[in-house]
Structures are given as C-alpha cells and as structure tokens.
Design a protein around this ligand. Sequence first.
Ligand code: URA
Length: 172
Amino acid sequence: PTSCALYTKGSGFALTDGSGSSGVCLLGEALGESEARMSKPFCGDAGLMLGQVLHRLGYKREHFLITNRTNCRPPQNWMEGAPWESDAVEACRPYFEETLRRNPQIKVLVPMGNSALHYLLGQKGVGNWHGTIHWHPGYEKWVVPTFHPSYLMRGNWNEIATARFDLQVAVE
Ligand code: URA
C-alpha cells in the first residue's frame, strides 16, 4: 500500500506460492533478493533448504501455502529492528488476512523464525517455542512454530531434524 514506509524503499512484491492442500501455511519474514527478482516467496537458497526438509518428510512444496509477513524486500535486506519494521509489517497484514480468507483449507500456521513467531504469537525465542501447538483465537487457526530455513543453513545442521519433526506435527 502507498501508506507503507517501504512503498518506495522496498523492492519486489510477492504474495503466496503453493496450493495449501496439506492444510498448512508456512510463514517467513520478508522477500530476499531472488524472491524480489522472481516475485515468488522462498525461491532462493532458503527455499531450497525448505524444499529439502519437506521432501525428506515425503511432502511436496506445492502442497503448502508459502508466504511472508512482509511481501517486499527491505533495503539492505534489513528488517529486524529497522525503523520501518512495525510499519511495514502492519501495512502487509491485510494481505495475509485476505490470503487466509481465500484459503479456508488452511488449518495450521507455521511461523518460521523469530519474526514470524512474533507476528503470530507476540513471542520471541523460537528455540523455546518450536514444535509446540497453539490456538490463534483471532485467525481461528492452529499455530506450530519452527526454525527459519536460513537459520538451518547457517550451520545449525542438527536442527534440521528438529524442524522436520515440527513440520510433521503441523501436518498431523
Ligand atoms: N526468507 C524469507 O523469510 N522469506 C523468503 O521468501 C525468502 C527468504
């Protein structure tokens, strides 16, 4: 929206990818460079990692609804703690809510990483929250947090199995 602090500063725009036929919506932070260029959420390195985790579980990426709490790429890839963070996040929230209205098949929301966790549950510390099951009374959906794929790629390889388990909980 033109009222957003990132309206002229942000780059690219992408809403969702995938069908959500598994009933699960995966939520990230904001677009990265590849995502802004291709107008598709999680189509770069983080998306490859995400695809691998899902593949190991026997799931196809297309069966999930994949989106972000912010639908553009912030300047210098800077979102967490940036002066525009809360403004941009709330400017994009109506898109997320419209996505949920248009996809009633979605029963479970999976915030990936701290920013999406904070967005949905108002909490930080995904290491303590991952794999736990919550009810979001506003959206009337289950919420099961997990790690962000980029975090898994930053050498936290032993958490890949944990993330797989979290996603299994979300699907079941
Ligand atoms: N990181 C995110 O949080 N979302 C994307 O779409 C890509 C990378």
